[in-house]
Design a protein around this ligand. Structure first.
Ligand code: ADP
Length: 414
């Protein structure tokens, strides 16, 4: 145990208690210096012996603590790896050794990225962005999936926490496959039903009066089912397919014009005014189909959730280290308590209205997924009864400004 803060005082008192009788005895025996000196030597030996014991106890206690930490982390099957400021292995527990194929004593001092060479891991480790965990294959076993989280400690040390998520990953994959397969299988029957209902709608006058309303409702619901299946298929492809290889340079103003064209009939039918502010020399690097789907969802929502004669704007502009594409409406707005949950699948504020609007509750989930795949984020601001603002915030490295400037910036640009 550490000596109490006032230990030196009692030590001094004890020394005095030893020296005083030794001095007296020495004086009586005619050796006034030799006796206290001998007592001092003995006393120093005793102090050294106590210091040694103290040090040994402290080391034992440290080792016990370490053993306990190691045992509990191993029991929990969590790999713990400590990395020094130069990225070299300092220590790891047994599960860490097992999961990452490390050897604690031999590998100590070696660079972690030379020990775990998976390119995904190396990029993550060197990238320094640890807000989200990394999923990667265990070294030497592609069927084993690991999750790694990194936290910084001390000056520049890193603490890695690694766990085996193979089972979780498999379940997640089964869920995704199941949703994908069911949606795919439902596609054909729904198309057939919808086709017949469309034919019936086109010949409504041949239909008995009492069947006209049910036929109209069936047609409306078949449209909704088709939308649902399409959205589910899109979500499952977003979850299963990687983005790389399908990316290109998207002329943003052209893409927005296409969306405007596609939604024009909705805007016309509700008397909405749409304004667009986007430079014509902007190229966004990404998957055109996905970006189209995300922006189109936002524009359709703005039209859908804005009462007649509303005003909707699409603006695209540089904002510090970001490039923002925002869709603003002066519609019904959203109560703040709903905002954090809007991007959840099937989350709708007014589920009762979804059959009228053909809503699926999947639109914003798709937007969030698409943006995340492009390193972007969705920000939502809204005032109940006044309108909403949905901002797609892209990192600027996804943007290229065309030096030739196609047609130069449009006059409405910011
Ligand atoms: P939905 O298919 O129901 O539109 P979304 O995922 O696109 O599904 O949107 C989820 C919910 O968010 C909607 O049901 C609606 O309540 C709300 N919402 C989305 N966009 C807007 C908007 N521009 N104004 C008001 N509410 C909105």
């Amino acid at each position: 145990m550490d000596p109490p803060p006032r230990a030196w005082r009692s030590e001094l008192a004890r020394l005095a208690l030893v020296l005083a009788p030794a001095g007296a005895a020495g004086w009586l025996a005619g050796a006034p210096l030799a006796a206290p000196l001998a007592a001092m030597v003995l006393w120093s030996g005793y102090i050294l012996h106590r210091l040694r014991r103290l040090e040994r106890d402290a080391a034992d206690r440290r080792r016990t603590l370490f053993d306990k930490a190691e045992k509990s982390s191993t029991d929990l099957e969590i790999g713990i790896v400590m990395v020094d400021e130069d990225g070299n292995l300092e220590w790891c527990n047994r599960t860490g050794e097992d999961l990452l194929g490390l050897r604690r004593s031999e590998d100590r001092g070696r660079s972690v990225t030379s020990l775990v060479r998976d390119p995904l891991f190396v990029e993550y480790f060197d990238g320094g962005r640890y807000a989200e965990p990394l999923k990667f294959s265990a070294p030497g076993s592609v069927n084993r999936v690991l999750e790694c989280r990194i936290a910084l400690y001390g000056e520049r040390g890193r603490l890695m926490v690694v766990r085996d998520i193979t089972r979780l990953h498999r379940l997640e994959q089964m869920r995704t496959d199941f949703v994908g397969n069911v949606s795919h299988e439902l596609g054909t029957p729904i198309t057939v039903i919808k086709g017949y209902l469309e034919a019936i709608m086109a010949n409504m006058e041949d239909l008995d009066e009492k069947w006209r309303r049910p036929a109209r409702q069936m047609h409306q619901q078949s449209l909704r089912m088709k939308n649902l299946v399409n959205d589910l298929l899109l979500l499952s492809s977003l979850e299963t397919q990687s983005l790389s290889g399908r990316q290109g340079r998207i002329e943003l103003s052209v893409l927005i014009s296409e969306i405007q064209h596609e939604t024009q009939h909705v805007f016309d039918s509700k008397g909405h005014a749409l304004s667009i502010h986007c430079r014509r020399d902007i190229r966004l690097i990404g998957d055109r189909k996905e970006i189209y789907s995300a922006l189109s969802n936002l524009v359709n929502n703005a039209a859908k959730y804005t009462p007649r004669d509303g005003t909707i704007a699409i603006k695209a502009y540089f904002s510090g280290p970001f490039f923002d594409i925002e869709v603003i409406d002066n519609g019904i707005g959203i109560e703040s308590r709903h905002i954090p949950r809007l991007t959840e699948r099937f989350y709708r504020i007014d589920a009762g209205r979804s059959s009228e609007t053909g809503s699926t509750g999947l639109g914003l989930a798709i937007v969030k997924h698409v943006l995340a795949r492009h390193g972007a984020e969705l920000e939502i601001d809204s005032d109940l009864g006044r309108g909403s603002r949905f901002v797609c915030r892209f990192p600027v490295d996804r943007i290229e400004v065309d030096a030739e400037g196609v047609d130069g910036p449009s006059e409405r640009d910011r």
